[in-house]
Design a protein around this ligand. Sequence first.
Ligand SMILES: [Zn+2]
Ligand SMILES: [Zn+2]
Length: 103
Amino acid sequence: MEFCPECGAMMLPNNGILKCNSCGYSNEMKDSEDYKLSGDIEEHENVKMLGDVEDMRSTINETCPECGHDKAYYELKQTRSADEAPTRIFTCAKCKHTWRAYH
Ligand SMILES: [Zn+2]
Ligand SMILES: [Zn+2]
């Protein structure tokens, strides 16, 4: 809730501008726009985290070069340029050793 600095009446938002109904004083809602922007970034981070958890659930038969265990978590990472093949990242289900494969 914002109050008019001129007369102290309640100010109402109207097309991105806070306007006083009593004296007509108006003020741009800059603070509200900053808040909206940071909220969007936080939302994107949450989506990315959920995606990583989903990837870690898939296991395949891949022998760990460290301990010889034959089950590993499997993750596919697409590189930024389209002409490069995606990188496969393995994480050993036993010792958590990670290694990459390029195909
Ligand atoms: Zn006012
Ligand atoms: Zn291992």
